[in-house]
Design a protein around this ligand. Sequence first.
Ligand code: HEC
Ligand code: HEC
Length: 314
Amino acid sequence: MKNHFALSLGAVLLLSACSSGPEELILSEIELGKKLFFDSILSRDYSITCASCHKPEFAFADNVAKSIGVYNQAGSRNTPSAMNQTDRNFYFWDGRAETLEEQALGPIQNPVEMDLPLSIAIRRLKENETYRNAFYSIYGKAPSKDLLASAIAAYERTLETDNSPFDKYMQGTDTSLFSESAKRGLNLFNTKAKCFDCHFGVDFTGSDQFKNIGIYNGKDLNDAGRYAITGNKKDLGAFKIPGLRNIAQTAPYMHNGMHKTLREVIDYYDEPDKFIANAINRDTLLSQPLGLTEEEKKDLENFLLSLSDERFAK
Ligand code: HEC
Ligand code: HEC
């Protein structure tokens, strides 16, 4: 840490001494990844950045059901949070990428997101003095697709959160932010409401398994999810169990953005058939209504609200 600070300070002094123009100095792989994440240079018409859809103020998710990519095109799935990705084994709702590096190259090339062939992306970075210099100084090499992916992934790995009222309660560092209602909600989450059967683990992703909660009927709801990747019948309509950290910030919810509020999500789990009666292959955990009372729903919601990092506290 100290070394890094000394280096940046030295470099800043050097820069102001030679004052060689507007070029920005990028010193670390994380800084490079951050600049790339927020730069429209990676989209065909220079209009879209990763952050156009993964908005920092919404915990790096989007606040619309379907995000808009280049040429005003809407995607087919809801934008998930790009936070707390370090420990994941799979990426995307259907888990089609297995590393953050592999994931990062997807949206750049996706025709409805950034629509830029990687060869053009790399050419642009090579022709840009700031990026060319940054890649050489950090990696000793010219920009390439592997290094581009490496930089973006390095930045994403810094987007971890573990300072919510729930965390502080569990660590015993500050129990005052975790209300009695949230405590009852935590208990319901683990027992009667069965949430913990799937959403367990530090980020509540249930070791990244794929489950079908009933949002597939083969008709108007026809995203087959994991099945399209594995061809395995048991995966029909199954999606990666999403994490629940900062969930208050990332509405709307589910792979198709069908639920606008957390209360609606809870009402859904309480009785899925009220929302989707003809679901195919729904997990047996959800075969009976939960029978939650009004107060229990409120408690569960308060528990979910307690999972937001302190940086999002209003
Ligand atoms: C036009 C909107 C859009 C843009 C631009 C975009 N994304 Fe995404 N991102 C999405 C959507 C939608 C998904 C889910 C797609 C799916 O599962 O099929 C996603 C998924 C992800 C995931 C996986 C999260 C998880 O829980 O599995 C990560 C990480 C991510 N994007 C990072 C990035 C990075 C890095 C960039 C820029 C290089 C980027 N995204 C650009 C919309 C976007
Ligand atoms: C059978 C496993 C399972 C159970 C039980 C379960 N979930 Fe989920 N949860 C999932 C999966 C899988 C998704 C994504 C489904 C989709 O989009 O099709 C999800 C999505 C969510 C989302 C939306 C996340 C987002 O980013 O859009 C929330 C919130 C949520 N669950 C909370 C809960 C709560 C609260 C409970 C208990 C009442 C619960 N879950 C029970 C597997 C489960």
